[in-house]
Design a protein around this ligand. Structure first.
Ligand SMILES: Nc1ncnc2c1ncn2[C@@H]1O[C@H](COP(=O)(O)OP(=O)(O)OP(=O)(O)O)[C@@H](O)[C@H]1O
Length: 311
């Protein structure tokens, strides 16, 4: 396969362990050119290790890795000018000013974007002369993102790009990632924020314990199983679901996937909603956060793994 036709990233059977810890456990993944792929998973799922292997900073124990058609471990020199990397937690010389830092990185690339424009776009125009160590965590993150993008990369790796940012800064970063996508840049991002994955990614790979447990568009992943709808609510734990079920039409299922969280699956019509709330009222149960509709990515993750994304 020629370099230009190959996917932006293709991983097959990727494995990496650190001593007794299995960080990546047979991961397959494919990012098409010009797409945004989100690796969604809780802390310790193996997201950073996967990204660092793609960037050539770690060597896998097993499996094949192709990034823009190249092997990052063996062809790093050819690959590096074509990718942008925003590592988790950023990093720079503590005393360097924001604009100096960005200009320095720009000077190492063949055809950089205008650093002043990039700082402005990321809301850093007013802190260009501020030393790195005096920037807020969110500003440091945005400077790190600017450094990843200034060389006009074909492919960008963003490891938890909005961690620690306030909502306004997060919105700026989301807009920038959407703009990258419009410009045909491929993006692999990691996150444990489902709304981030949902807002930005063409495809989402849910990872847990170094393995992909589900993959698809956010809409595919959250579509109700079997075309059935869901009614969800929270309440005290251990409600007598058999009793509730006996009040509902045939074909409905009722489960408590986690203590105090209830899911009714079936054809959810107004009558079913009314039956559930009436049953709750009869039993002195306050049904909170009652909603009818599709599952969230968080629900999907919980159902697949029994754990929450935000661990
Ligand atoms: N250099 C290392 N030495 C030892 N263990 C490591 C190393 N790097 C990662 N690990 C372990 O591998 C597992 C996966 O870590 P990784 O950082 O890839 O997960 P992650 O999904 O990115 O999590 P986070 O969101 O916390 O960054 C964890 O158990 C972690 O402690």
């Amino acid at each position: 396969m020629s370099n230009a036709d190959s996917p932006a990233v293709e991983l097959r059977g990727l494995r990496k362990r650190f001593g007794g810890t299995v960080a990546v456990d047979g991961l397959d993944l494919r990012l098409e050119r010009g797409h945004v792929l989100a690796l969604l998973g809780p802390n310790g799922a193996g997201k950073t290790t996967t990204v660092e292997i793609c960037e050539g900073f770690q060597r896998p124990d097993d499996g094949s890795v192709r990034v823009l058609g190249l092997d990052p471990a063996a062809q790093g020199e050819a690959l590096r000018p074509r990718i942008g990397v925003m590592p988790q937690g950023g990093g720079a010389y503590p005393g360097v000013r924001a604009d100096e830092m960005l200009r320095l990185v720009a000077s190492c690339t063949a055809d950089p974007l205008d650093p002043a424009w990039l700082l402005e776009t990321l809301g850093l125009g007013s802190v260009g002369r501020t030393p790195y160590k005096r920037l807020s965590g969110g500003q440091q993150q945005r400077l790190s993102l600017a450094c990843a993008l200034v060389g006009r990369p074909e492919l960008v790796f963003l490891d938890e790009p909005t961690a620690g940012m306030d909502p306004q800064a997060r919105r700026l970063v989301w807009e920038l990632v959407s703009a990258l996508r419009r410009d045909g840049v491929s993006v692999l991002l990691t996150t444990h924020l489902m709304d981030e994955a949902e807002a930005l990614a063409d495809r989402v790979v849910i990872v847990d314990h170094g393995r992909a447990v589900a993959e698809g568009t956010a809409a595919e992943l959250t579509a109700p199983e079997d075309g059935l709808q869901e009614l969800r609510f929270r309440s005290q734990s251990s409600l007598e679901l058999d009793l509730l079920l006996s009040a509902l039409p045939e074909g409905c299922q009722a489960t408590e996937p986690r203590a105090g969280e209830y899911v009714i699956r079936g054809v959810i019509d107004p009558q079913v909603v009314s039956t559930v709330t009436a049953w709750c009222a009869r039993h002195g149960v306050l049904a909170q956060e009652l909603r009818v509709g599709k599952r969230s990515l968080e629900d999907v993750f919980l159902e697949l793994t029994g754990r929450e994304l935000r661990s």
